[in-house]
Design a protein around this ligand. Structure first.
Ligand SMILES: [Zn+2]
Length: 431
């Protein structure tokens, strides 16, 4: 394909512009937490896309944290495949005691890498995809299929900017999340957080403890903190059972952990603890759903509660998920699987192979991304982005320039290729 070769050469020639674009993105201070700081960066995204003929939709998800979605209508949308490119504009927080070579938001180039917060996770992926879009536009190429670019907020704090895009009706034949994957094509497991609460209807004074634990006391009561230990033990049993029984290619056995992350309970040393709340984090495999694993946890713990006379009367209360780790202390990252035989995945693999002269790795992310929301809204999805996870969230976060250049080449080829593919003819299928 002459046109692709020409564009690839142009990426090499204009590498400095690509690096500058990434530096510009990094220079917007968008750490989450604290969040509520992305408006300026998102305005840049909106203007960048508008300049390349995208119709831009920008709306506030939280104050000063707007989503931006740009849509470039294809010239033959009805017949050609459409694509969503998705990335988050927020970056991991930087704590003041981190020893960086540079100010994390004043990026530098050193040893052929760009150093700055977000270089790997994931402003590198955003920059590569944006530069590919820019070059396609400047070359006057009109894509037959629709191209949608989503720059979302909140990913680092479990705020589903991407879910808001799905709710707003954005969809496509395929979605690519350009988050950190070191150029692997990936699916992912999922995460759901939950609160388990034990609560007594009555509050007893500390002095009643003898009566509720010793012979002849005749007071039916218990410390919610002590009862929670039974639940914690139960969670460990279930975690071990999952480790023994569940597996998924690409994951180490036992990845399905249940972490008792935070515990809160009791009101004062003068009282028996009448309430205890446990915040747990549950990891699950790509072929499981958060609803399913939450039910497994509930069923197991409810059975334990049934075997306890106090918990029979005061059963545990479960609250799952949440829309933000900083607003309501809860999050969900749905899982998704990549189908290596899907036409778009095949095309992405082909683009990768032709740019890098090697077969791409198709595997699973050891982390989680927004891809789960796209996947669970019915869009075939994959993660494909530059950068190493070991650099994500780390001091001196960086991205190798070669990797960024290769990535941009793969993206330009894939965007062109996929949106130039005819939609499969719809057959009337009987289940
Ligand atoms: Zn990320």
């Amino acid at each position: 394909m002459d046109i692709i070769n020409k564009l690839h050469n142009e990426i090499d020639e204009r590498k400095d512009e690509l690096i500058d674009l990434l530096k510009t993105l990094i220079s917007f201070k968008t750490p989450a937490p604290p969040a509520r700081n992305t408006n300026e960066a998102q305005q840049f995204m909106a203007e960048f896309l508008a300049k390349r003929a995208f119709k831009v939709d920008k709306w506030e998800v939280y104050q000063n944290d707007p989503n931006v979605v740009g849509t470039l209508k294809g010239i033959d949308s009805a017949n050609y495949q459409s694509l969503i490119i998705n990335g988050h504009i927020d970056v991991a927080e930087v704590s003041p005691d981190e020893k960086w070579e540079t100010d994390p938001f004043t990026p530098i180039v050193k040893d052929s890498a760009i150093i700055g917060r977000g270089a790997a996770d994931m402003k590198g992926g955003l920059a590569g995809a944006l530069f590919a879009i820019q070059l396609l536009h400047e070359a006057g190429i009109q894509l037959p299929g629709d191209l949608t670019f989503q720059s979302v907020i909140g990913e680092e704090v479990g705020e589903a900017g991407t879910l808001e895009c799905c709710k707003r009706g954005y969809t496509a034949d395929f979605a690519l999340v350009v988050d950190t994957s070191n150029l692997h094509i990936q699916g992912q497991g999922g995460v759901i957080t939950g609160w388990i609460t034990l609560k007594s209807e009555q509050t007893f004074h500390d002095a009643t403890r003898r009566q509720m634990i010793h012979a002849g006391g005749k007071l039916m009561g218990a410390s919610a903190i002590e009862k929670m230990t039974k639940i914690i033990n139960g969670l460990q049993e279930l975690e071990r059972h999952w480790a023994v029984m569940k597996s998924y290619p690409g994951f180490l056995p036992g990845t399905t952990t249940i972490n008792p992350a935070v515990i809160e309970g009791g009101r004062h040393a003068a009282f028996i603890a009448d309430e205890c709340r446990l915040w747990i984090t549950v990891h699950f495999y790509p072929n499981e759903t958060h609803e399913q694993v939450a039910k497994e946890v509930e069923d197991y713990i409810r059975n334990i509660a049934k075997g306890d006379l106090w918990m029979q009367e005061n059963p545990p209360i479960f609250e799952w998920g949440g829309t933000s780790m900083i607003e309501d202390r809860g999050e969900i990252f749905p899982s998704f699987e990549v189908d290596p035989d899907h036409e778009a995945v095949q095309k992405l693999m082909k683009s990768h192979a032709s740019v890098l002269n090697e077969k791409p790795v198709v595997d699973v992310s050891p982390s989680v991304t927004d891809g789960g929301w796209l996947g669970s809204s019915g869009i075939p999805t994959a993660i494909y982005g530059p950068g190493h996870l070991r650099h994500a969230h780390a001091v001196n976060e960086q991205l190798a320039i070669n990797e960024l250049v290769d990535y941009t080449k793969v993206m330009i080829q894939f965007i062109y290729d996929w949106t130039n593919s005819k939609k499969e003819e719809k057959h009337n299928e009987i289940q």
